[in-house]
Design a protein around this ligand. Structure first.
Ligand code: SAH
Ligand code: AVI
Length: 367
């Protein structure tokens, strides 16, 4: 097998219409906010990779340490032959899971909104794992999971050894009433990457679940649950509650990389919506909210600011000191995850932490 398959599930107007809607609902009201998915243009994805190498940003190193120690056990417990990764980014740590997959008839499906991150990651994974079927799926895991995952079918149900043309991108059955092989009505994209046998392990690494607000998270887990069937499993990487003396520097590093990552969203708005944000008008803020158990990243106006967003024909006004919330990064306890997963219809199948209990990997089965 050489190369990888690329399937773009995002609507063609994802950036224009989606960003417009988020700007209208987030910046034209008070308090102001933007969803974090708009961070990840080419520059934002590269800045995130830089963050993962910062001395203060422990989550990536801690999660990698767990995988180095336990990937084989995790894969064995899941019984999976297909790893489907949501928000895959560079897919770097994922290689530790891929190393533990059977060497014959196994597959990796990377799903992300960032085309550059997806293409770079899948090209490199496909080159280094020539026997693996690699598929890159560009999609929004918040809104397109059911279409991409199918509804609770096992990857070997209803398919032939060659793979059924009725399968969707991730090896599940497309939702009833859809005719496209990719599970998206009318998309007409050829299916590749899903093996004919074996369960799927959906992996959501890096602590990205913490970037969803509680209600979004509840909906997300419900959709994951609906998309998984017998033999499938869900592997979650979640950051754990700890002292703000560790947490805050992880989101406000001395070198200013996280500040650059945060401010870059203004460049995305300038480019995509012909806005005239000046990044000098804003400063990066990271605060720990102990009641919500999350870090909040904000952009604070350092003076009164008026921004013209030409594509929306609107002006956004901020007073000096006013903030735009750009991200939450929730931190968890084992008990809280157990309660949320039980409520969503999962049973626990494994819990691993690094030697300093900073970060967790947990495996969940649909009940
Ligand atoms: N899993 C990697 C990357 C984490 S960064 C790691 O652990 O290092 C978060 C990734 O999720 C980015 O690559 C970003 O593009 C992607 N992402 C953010 N919101 C998304 C969404 N709604 N749908 C799909 N991908 C998303
Ligand atoms: C992708 N996500 C889990 C990161 C986090 O830690 O919440 C994004 C990030 N934001 C600032 N630094 C890293």
């Amino acid at each position: 097998m050489t190369g990888y398959d690329y399937i773009d599930h995002l609507p063609t107007d994802f950036t224009s219409a989606g960003l417009r809607a988020d700007v209208r609902s987030g910046l034209l009201i008070d308090p102001k906010s933007l969803p974090p998915k708009w961070f990840y243009d080419k520059t934002g994805s590269a800045l995130f990779e830089e963050i993962t190498r910062l001395p203060e940003y422990y989550p990536t190193r801690a999660e990698r340490a767990i995988l180095e120690h336990s990937a084989t056990e995790i894969l064995a417990r899941s019984g999976a032959r297909t790893v489907v990764e949501l928000g895959s980014g560079s897919s770097e740590k994922t290689r530790l899971l891929l190393n533990a997959l059977p060497t014959d008839d196994a597959a990796y499906v990377a799903l992300d909104v960032s085309e550059t991150a997806l293409r770079q990651a899948c090209e490199s994974v496909a080159a280094d794992y020539p026997a693996l079927r690699v598929t890159a799926v560009r999609a929004d895991f918040e809104h397109q999971l059911s279409a991409v995952l199918g509804s609770g079918s096992r990857s070997d149900e209803g398919s032939t050894a060659e793979g059924s043309p009725a399968q969707n991108a991730l090896g599940g059955r497309p939702p009833a009433g859809t005719r496209s092989v990719a599970g998206i009505p009318g998309a007409g994209v050829p299916v590749a990457g899903a093996p004919a046998v074996g369960g799927r392990m959906l992996a959501f690494l890096g602590g990205t679940i913490g970037n969803l607000a509680p209600e979004q998270r509840r909906r997300f887990l419900a959709e994951v649950r609906a998309g998984l069937g017998a033999g499938d499993s869900f592997l979650l990487g979640a950051d754990l509650v700890k002292s703000p003396t560790v947490l805050v520097p992880a989101y406000d590093d001395a070198a200013g990389v996280t500040a650059a990552f945060n401010l870059n969203v203004l460049e995305v708005l300038n480019r995509q919506l012909a806005a005239d944000f000046n990044r000098e008008d804003f400063e990066h803020v990271a605060v720990w909210d102990p009641d919500e158990a999350w870090i909040e990243m904000r952009l604070r106006a350092v003076r009164p600011v008026r921004v013209w967003i030409a594509d929306l024909d609107v002006e956004v006004k901020l007073t000096a000191g006013e903030e735009i919330r750009t991200e939450i990064s929730a931190k968890f306890t084992h008990d809280r995850l157990r309660a949320e997963f039980a409520a969503a219809g999962f049973s626990p199948a494994g819990w691993w932490t690094d030697s300093e209990d900073r970060f967790s990997l947990s495996l969940w089965m649909p009940v």
